[in-house]
Design a protein around this ligand. Structure first.
Ligand code: 3HC
Length: 678
């Protein structure tokens, strides 16, 4: 099929890009556009041109798959220069997505008309690059520097209405955008020739700070800010030339490669292996059991996507309050334009205190306390009251799906759906079929996750699934490091310097130490006394230090602010643990801390992959980045490992093996480092 389909309507050359799935601006598209623009310029019977996208979308951007390869002419700036140089007007007819290079193409046209529902944005910084084909120079000429800093720096995607208000698009139509473009052929109006609207320096400075913060100061954001500011300071041609160099340099950077890996890994993760593909059961009504934080978050996520939700809790007071909070939260989301007003005004929420009321649900998600006996009791009730064929899901983060399923007479309908808190915000969803789950259940869970606009990842049913199992290994290693000589703030600082959103002890304090404490107590009887065990967390809890919520944990908290370091009590507890183990404490350098923490993750990832808990290595990266604050720009622990020297990695694992001692299971790096997505 031709990459560009040409037709003539009322003397207008319609150039329809046809490059499935998203009409990316691959080399054949660029070449075809150059040829078509030459024809438009030369053919006297043509009055102007329209550039549109075939099927569901305009253009999703440059072809990200080309980014790892040597650039091939014609380049996007050449195409866009040809649009501007064409003596006849060219209209961009937008629908679906106009992103990255797609929006840049539209900005090079004389006029932009968008169908309602079009999404526009310059998300390049999320791929570690800056707009490289004039976006940083043309956008400020239409919207001003501070709005351009916000859009480019934060990678925000906006709708057609907002784009119209900002001046990015000239007209919004309900239907037939190509027809409207043909009908409204304008005079030539080159964006590059427009002046950048003047603005108060304070407004620009404020937008710059916000963009830097949103982009965590990563190199692409820094470069994007500089390029946008150039637009106001330099003539267009000079600004354009200054934009291209950092774009090309960043495109070739390891960070951009890691971010591209994440882009494709996330899309791959949502694909089920062939053997598990099935038509998923229809799900329209969802019952959520438990109106606590997790249950309410899941209910909100489902309501926002238009599901009917039955929220069950035996505690009527708690339930009423949760219902009120949900109404308020949805109204807030509607007011912020994040969901349609109808979803908030016609809330499809019912509150239930009786089990019989869950009968209409196609999917029931249990979100009660993480305790096997409690969950089994819930599942006995679900078995008695859910309709036949309903999917019965448990939102457990560690427990065995089969043991929970065994509490029912229909284990074939039982599935693990592990949400992350806050469940209405976090995108990750671990989908965990049990050994008795029906063949279509994995598909049901994945499809439900996609409908919630989450990132569902298939996991095997093993303790902690993918995420918590790796996080446990990491956190255990960090506890060993406390006992070996580091203080909590040293471990946290080293890992935050590596790029983690928060260090493990700050995270532990935030989520509360008591959950881990209870779990450890439950497992104590089964723990081999020869296994290395660090009693620091237990001791902190025994002293009432449950983390942030109790005002103290590894750190102390005053007015919600974390102390800079651990206090004498914590240090005393840690030093006592070291002494009890007979360890003479020695300082650990930040690199040693990073090496051990990463080695622990990589080793566990190797075990998970070998055990089949993860379907593919890249799924592990998706889980750790999306759910556990692993730095996205590093690409996840497996991607990171693949960038390291093999011998150094093995030495890192030698160190953690020695630190753990008895019972350490060493994973083989062979599979982890070589496995490619099926
Ligand atoms: N290049 C190559 N492939 C792309 C692509 C792109 N820009 N955008 C999406 N795809 C592919 C995906 O990998 C996926 O392939 P698969 O089916 O083989 O897995 C397929 O298109 C469909 O993508 P999604 O699964 O994401 O489909 P959705 O319908 O959920 O979303 C979308 C569509 C909103 C367009 C989303 O794909 C998206 O946000 N794409 C990325 C947009 C982007 O970042 N553009 C900037 C590119 S960089 C650039 O343009 C540089 C320029 O300044 C020079």
């Amino acid at each position: 099929m031709e990459a560009l389909q040409l037709s003539v309507r009322e003397g207008v050359l319609v150039m329809e890009i046809s490059n499935p799935p998203v009409n990316a601006l691959s080399q054949p598209v660029r070449a075809a556009l150059m040829a078509a623009l030459a024809r438009l310029g030369a053919d006297e019977s043509l009055r102007g041109g329209v550039i549109a996208g075939a099927r569901g979308t305009f253009i999703a951007g440059a072809d990200i798959k080309e980014f790892g390869k040597p650039p091939e002419a014609p380049f996007l700036p050449d195409v866009f220069a040809a649009i501007e140089a064409c003596p006849k007007p060219v209209v961009a007819a937008l629908h679906g997505a106009a992103l990255g290079g797609g929006l840049e193409l539209a900005l090079a046209c004389d006029v932009r008309i968008a169908e309602a529902g079009t999404v526009l944005g310059l998300p390049e910084v999320t791929l570690g690059v800056i707009p490289g084909a004039g976006g940083t120079q043309r956008l400020p000429r239409l919207v001003g520097v501070s709005a351009a800093l916000r859009l480019i720096g934060t990678a925000e995607r906006i709708g057609a209405g907002a784009a119209h208000r900002l001046g990015v698009v000239d007209e919004v139509v309900e239907v037939d955008v190509v027809g409207a473009a043909v009908a409204h052929l304008p005079a030539k109006r080159r964006v590059s020739a427009l002046p950048v609207p003047p603005e108060a320096p304070e407004a620009v400075a404020k937008a710059e700070v916000a963009a830097l913060k949103a982009g965590k100061g990563r190199p692409a954001v820094v470069a994007a800010i500089a390029a946008v500011k150039d637009a106001a300071a330099l003539p267009f041609a000079e600004g354009l030339a200054r934009e291209r160099a950092p774009f090309l340099a960043l495109r070739a950077s390891p960070e951009a490669a890691a971010l591209r890996h994440m882009f494709f890994a996330e899309r791959e993760a949502m694909r089920l292996p062939a053997a598990l593909r099935a038509t998923p059961r229809a799900i329209e009504t969802v019952a959520v059991i438990g109106a606590g934080t997790m249950g309410s978050g899941i209910a909100q996520a489902a309501l926002e996507e238009g599901f009917a939700v039955i929220l069950y809790d035996q505690n009527a007071d708690l339930l009423t309050k949760a219902g009120e909070r949900l109404c308020a939260a949805l109204a807030e989301r509607a007011a912020a334009g994040k969901i349609t007003p109808a979803l908030a005004t016609k809330l499809r929420l019912s509150l239930a205190t009786g089990w019989a009321e869950i009968a209409p649900a196609d999917l029931v998600i249990e979100a009660v306390f993480e305790d096997l006996a409690v969950k089994q009791e819930v599942f006995r009730q679900l078995d008695a009251h859910a309709k036949p064929g309903a999917v019965l899901a448990t939102n457990t983060s560690y427990l065995d799906i089969d043991t929970i399923a065994a509490a029912t007479s229909r284990p074939q309908d039982v599935l693990g759906l592990h949400f992350f808190s806050p469940a209405n915000v976090m995108k990750l969803l671990e989908v965990v079929p049990g050994s008795a789950s029906a063949p279509d259940l994995a598909a049901a869970g994945m499809e439900f996750g996609k409908r919630l606009k989450k990132l569902p990842v298939l996991c095997g049913n093993a303790f902690g699934f993918i995420g918590n199992r790796i996080y446990n290994a990491y956190r255990t290693q960090c506890e060993f490091m406390l006992e070996d000589g580091a203080w909590p703030e040293e471990v946290d600082a080293a890992l935050e310097a590596f790029g983690f959103a928060m260090g493990p002890f700050a995270v532990a304090d935030l989520s509360g130490l008591d959950i881990a404490w209870r779990m450890r107590a439950a497992q104590a009887a089964r723990r081999d006394p020869r296994t290395r065990y660090v009693p620091v967390l237990d001791e902190l809890c025994a002293q009432g230090r449950f983390g942030r919520k109790s005002g103290a944990g590894y750190y102390t908290y005053a007015a919600g602010k974390r102390s800079a370091g651990s206090d004498a009590t914590v240090r005393g507890i840690i030093a006592a643990a070291s002494a009890a183990r007979g360890v003479s404490r020695h300082p650990l350098a930040p690199e040693d801390i990073q090496r051990r923490a990463l080695a622990a993750m990589v080793n566990e990832a190797a075990l998970l992959l070998a055990d089949g808990v993860a379907q593919r290595a890249s799924d592990i990266d998706v889980v750790l980045v999306q759910g556990y604050g692993f730095p996205r720009h590093v690409g996840g622990p497996v991607y990171w490992a693949r960038m390291q020297d093999r011998a150094a990695l093995e030495r890192g694992i030698d160190i953690i093996a020695a630190a753990a001692g008895f019972g350490f299971r060493r994973g083989s790096l062979d599979l982890l480092l070589t496995e490619s997505a099926p």
